[in-house]
Design a protein around this ligand. Structure first.
Ligand SMILES: [Cu+2]
Length: 244
């Protein structure tokens, strides 16, 4: 009993200062901008050398008083790095910001109080006639939004959806069959000597080599037989894994 009380008292002594420090540290990043340069729900700043695709984006006003982005929506595959090549073809200043809908709503509210100019990697702000870019890696699936958060512009039409979807699985690479002629079959040793053409998947030229093969395949092999086969490294040994 005494021991238990003592350990409880000790743990209180140890955890109390740590808790205080944690609270203090947490207070700093709470202005909502502290995490901008790390990963956001929509992804993270992309590297120019990793760009998969470039999308041209035009910002402008229309004759009937709207403000628009062209295109009006983006479909992106999860993991894609996109270069948004943004051109302001309008008469006034605009910006291109990508974020969650909640993130944009919060930002918009803040900007309604004070028109602040951001310089975050998920946005670019351009004077009339100017051109700029945002390079972004969309790391997560979901529905996001691009918008201009300059007061009044969102309401005039400057926003659109970004849909990020899982890309379909790439189809499995078809087996690469090579041609060859069986020179010798060693059923006991489960080995076969094949005079073969180039083994493309293994990057090997034509030659005569000894391959391993399992019993099921060995029994089908006859000396002098012309075959099409797939060879691969199995446990470090060249092995015939399929034959037709
Ligand atoms: Cu705008």
């Amino acid at each position: 009993m005494n021991k238990l009380l003592l350990s409880t008292a000790l743990s209180l002594l140890i955890t109390a200062p740590a808790f205080a420090a944690g609270t203090h540290g947490g207070g700093h990043g709470d202005d909502g901008h502290g995490d901008m340069h790390k990963e956001m729900a929509i992804g993270m700043p992309g590297k120019a050398e990793a760009v998969d695709r470039t999308i041209d984006v035009i910002m402008r006003e229309t004759d009937d008083g709207e403000m628009i982005f062209e295109p009006a929506e983006f479909d992106i595959k999860k993991g894609e790095t996109i270069r948004f090549n943004v051109v302001n073809k309008g008469e006034i200043e605009h910006e291109f910001v990508i974020d969650t809908m909640e993130g944009n709503a919060e930002h918009k509210e803040a900007m309604a109080k004070m028109d602040m100019e951001h310089d975050d990697p998920n946005s670019v702000r351009l004077d009339s006639g100017m051109e700029g870019e945002v390079i972004w890696t969309f790391a997560n699936e979901g529905s996001f939004e691009f918008a201009c958060l300059i007061p009044g512009h969102y309401e005039s039409g400057m926003h659109g959806p970004i849909t990020v979807e899982q890309s379909e699985e790439a189809p499995a690479a078809p087996a690469v069959y090579s041609t060859g002629k069986i020179k010798k079959v060693d059923a006991k040793g489960k080995k076969v000597t094949i005079i073969h053409g180039p083994l493309e998947n293994l990057d090997m030229p034509s030659m005569t080599m000894v391959f391993k093969a399992d019993e099921a395949l060995i029994t089908k092999m006859k000396e002098g037989q012309d075959i099409e086969f797939v060879a691969d490294r199995v446990k470090g040994k060249l092995t015939v894994i399929a034959m037709k």
